[in-house]
Structures are given as structure tokens and as C-alpha cells.
Ligand binder design. Sequence first.
Ligand SMILES: NC(=O)c1ccc[n+]([C@@H]2O[C@H](COP(=O)([O-])OP(=O)(O)OC[C@H]3O[C@@H](n4cnc5c(N)ncnc54)[C@H](OP(=O)(O)O)[C@@H]3O)[C@@H](O)[C@H]2O)c1
Length: 313
Amino acid sequence: MNKQDRIYVAGHRGLVGSAIVRSLKRSGYENIIGRTHSELDLKDQAAVRAFFDEEKPDVVVLAAAKVGGINANNTAPADFAYENMAIQCNVIGAAHDHKAKKLLFLGSTCIYPRMAPQPIPEDALLTGPLETTNEAYAIAKIAGLEMCKFFKRQYGDDFISCMPTNLYGPHDNYDLKGSHVLPAMIRKFHEAKVNGAPSVTLWGTGSPLREFLYVDDMADACVFLLENYSGEQHVNIGTGKELTIRELAELVRDTVGYTGTIVWDDSMPDGTPRKLTDVTKLHSLGFHHKVDLPEGIRLSYDWFRKNVDNARM
Ligand SMILES: NC(=O)c1ccc[n+]([C@@H]2O[C@H](COP(=O)([O-])OP(=O)(O)OC[C@H]3O[C@@H](n4cnc5c(N)ncnc54)[C@H](OP(=O)(O)O)[C@@H]3O)[C@@H](O)[C@H]2O)c1
């Protein structure tokens, strides 16, 4: 890659896409191209081809996707499968036809089997049954990373994939119907503090173990891989550190400064019991995250308070 390259970031306004745009700019890349969902629906193959004809990007970062929490995945599996497969077929296909010199595909760790060995190495892929609550989304993502592998194998395209762990940070989605667990906790504790509520109810038992990565660290890892990695196998991106959802709740509660009680609604699903990425490969390539969870939550809460009027709620 060189600093004059025309870089198309699909999903440039999302949590991941906006962080990658910030990281590219920090690294001196200025020719960054973006289109909002309303300007360019990536499910529309003809529109995607016309966009590539017009813009001729040298590098493509595919950070656009239909994304959501357990509830959203559970209630709309067909939409998660179809929309994500359509987006990735159209963008990866057009990048190939327009001879883009590099493409980065973003999946997520839900691609791994429900009972994968922990921490989860890259080669645990397709070694067992998936977590049912987000199976449709996982299958779409597996299709995407395998497609990148096949374009590399058949045509030599330098299409790579990465699998970030759970992400959080600026521009996250705080809409409780579709958000992930960490932004949901920040909003619930904040509103309970503001309204003087005696307690906050959280989903599940609090016992699942999870890993969280600050999104700007994830974005720096993506730029690092764009510049330094051309392997066929996908690369996990994480911290290698985990905590229980109960410990996370206490960390967010204390960061927000809420003093009421936490109530656990164990009639709601916990999801997979443990999900920790093996980041040996990422570290061996020379990348290591910088922002640890307490600081990341503090930065995210600062962003939330400053943007509570225009955040996704
Ligand atoms: N969030 C996480 O914890 C996490 C963890 C691991 C991996 N990832 C990966 O990161 C990628 C992005 O996730 P995210 O968290 O950044 O999601 P996000 O904040 O919802 O961003 C997704 C972006 O894609 C756009 N988009 C969706 N459908 C589109 C379409 N048909 N045409 C054009 N644009 C479309 C959305 O625009 P609108 O909002 O306008 O629809 C949004 O800007 C996904 O591939 C996901 O697998 C995320």
C-alpha cells in the first residue's frame, strides 16, 4: 500500500468503519472513499458495480454488514444471512473485477464452533456446530472469509480476512433492541443514575466469560494487517484477556458512578458460555493492543455523554 492509494471503506460510519477511517488518517492515508447506506445500498449489485466503475478504489475495507445483538439475530435470521451474503458477494466480486490490489474482509468470532477450544485458534474454524443464537450471521461470515481465500487461491487476489472479538468504543450502537452487551450496560446504568432508579436489570446469569477490544485498537490492527499481511488464513484480533459478564457489569457500574443494585434476569439467554480469541498469530505478526478495558470503558462513557443527543439510541 502507498499513501496515495484510493481506499474504499464500506460501512465508514459504523463502529468499525469509522474507527478504521480514523486509523487510516492517523497513518497518513488521505484518499478515503465512503458512501452511506442511503447513497449506496451494497445489496444492489448493479449499483455496487457502477460505484467501482466510477471510483476505481485501489484498496477495499469491507466493514459494512447487518450487525446486531442476540435478540436481533434470533428474530431475523433470514435477513442476517441474506443481507450479509449479498453485501460481501457484491463488494468482493466487484473488487476482483476492478483488480483492487488489496481487500480486507471483517468477520467476527461467532464464526467459531460453540464448544471451540479456548482460547480459540484460527484453525478451530469449521470443526464443530455453531452457536444457534447467531448461526445465520456466522454462516454468512464464514462464506465471506472462505470466498476471500478462494479468490486468492484461484486468481492470486490479495484478499485477507480478520476476526475481531467483541468491540466497543466511539460511534457504537446504543439502541437496546440491537446493541451489544457493553454499550447496553453503559446506557442502562447512565439512565438509572440520571433517573435515580434503585436497580438495573441485566440479561442472563452474569456467568459467561467474554473478551472486549477497544475499537481504535482493532482499527490499528486492521491497518497493520493491510500493510503487512497477505496470508490465506484469517487472523484473530483480540486482547487475549477475558472477564465474566458480572465483572463487566460491576466495572461499567463503577465507571458510570451508579450506586444502585444489579438484578440478573436469568430467563434471558446467556449465549455461548465462553469466547476468548487466541491472539498468538496477531502477536507473532508484531501487533499488540494498547487500551485495556477500564480505560476503554472510561473513554466510551465520555464519548456517550458528549454524544447522547446524536448517538444511535
Ligand atoms: N461490533 C462488534 O463488536 C464487532 C465485532 C467483531 C466484528 N465486527 C464486524 O465489523 C463489521 C462492522 O460491524 P459494526 O459493529 O461496525 O456495525 P455497525 O456499527 O452497525 O456498522 C455497519 C455499517 O454498515 C452499513 N450497512 C449495513 N448494511 C448496508 C447496506 N446494505 N449497504 C450499505 N451500507 C450498509 C451500516 O449503515 P446503516 O447504519 O446506515 O445501515 C453501518 O454504517 C461487521 O462485519 C462485523 O462482523 C463487529
